[in-house]
Design a protein around this ligand. Structure first.
Ligand SMILES: [Zn+2]
Length: 266
């Protein structure tokens, strides 16, 4: 298997037989992984194996609906149902990891170096337009008294602006939300492919999520991205744009560190 180069903040690894990427600054706080095609994650047992690879007893993953709804794993509370719908998952229970599945959409893993609480976020263009990353930061503040300046974020492999062309409808959807207009202008770049006269835009989902995190108070140097485009590394990552219904899913999984402190009042 060929492993494309990644920034110094990321490393390739094999944990419990699972080939994956991890983010070194995030690993200082807690265990997490971004999986590849090599782990098909089709059966319950596959997920048990993945939970074990990050040192958790179980993992919460739910129905993802391209929004910003949130679910929180709290101590001494029942685990949310796996039939629940959400794209922002938080955990403050060290035994319970949270995971998101993606094929081109942005998987974000967030850890609070102060409280030990974590979040996993699934942000395709709809979730990014809905501000899912911002919602995750706010939910960590509300539920675990997190300070945004303590958050470390890893942005996993996702479709890059090189391969992600969208129409004016997507630009309009972002402009209809509360984003700063000059930010939205920077996330979209005009492009006109040779075989169409239609005006298209290349969308930089990583830049959009990065800017949202920084605006929410996360220090720039604590947000790390792999820079890997899923559509350009089909041997390693599934890509919905390239494979449509045949695309599998990769996972981003993270568990709280052993000492979750400063529980909020919720
Ligand atoms: Zn690409």
């Amino acid at each position: 298997m060929f492993f494309p180069p990644v920034p110094d903040s990321f490393k390739w690894t094999t944990k419990a037989g699972i080939v994956a990427l991890y983010c070194q600054p995030l690993a200082v706080v807690t265990s997490h992984l971004f999986t590849t095609r090599q782990a098909p994650l089709l059966t319950k047992n596959d997920w048990v194996q993945l939970s074990a690879a990050v040192g958790a007893h179980e993992v919460l993953q739910v129905r993802q609906v391209h929004g910003s709804s949130t679910l929180v794993v709290q101590p001494k509370r029942p685990l949310p149902s796996c039939d629940s719908e959400a794209d922002v998952l938080l955990s403050g229970v060290p035994e319970v990891a949270v995971a998101v599945r993606s094929a081109d959409c942005v998987p974000l893993l967030i850890a609070d170096a102060g409280s030990g609480a974590v979040a996993a976020v699934h942000a395709g263009w709809r979730g990014t337009a809905a501000g899912a990353a911002t919602v995750a930061v706010e939910s960590l503040q509300r539920n675990f008294s997190s300070n945004p300046s303590d958050l470390i974020v890893a942005i996993g492999p996702c479709i890059g602006p090189c391969c992600y062309k969208v129409g004016m409808d997507v630009v309009n959807a972002f402009q209809a939300q509360q984003h700063l207009h000059h930010n939205v202008d920077q996330w979209f770049h005009k492009t006109r492919p040779l075989n169409t006269s239609k005006q298209l835009f290349s969308l930089d989902l990583v830049a959009a999520n990065f800017d949202q995190l920084v605006l929410a108070g996360v220090p720039e140097n604590q947000v790390h991205a792999t820079g890997l485009c899923t559509a350009m590394h089909l041997d390693l990552f599934p890509s919905f744009r390239s494979e449509r219904e045949m695309a599998g899913r990769m996972a981003g999984i993270i568990k709280p560190s052993c000492s979750v402190k400063r529980q909020g009042s919720v």
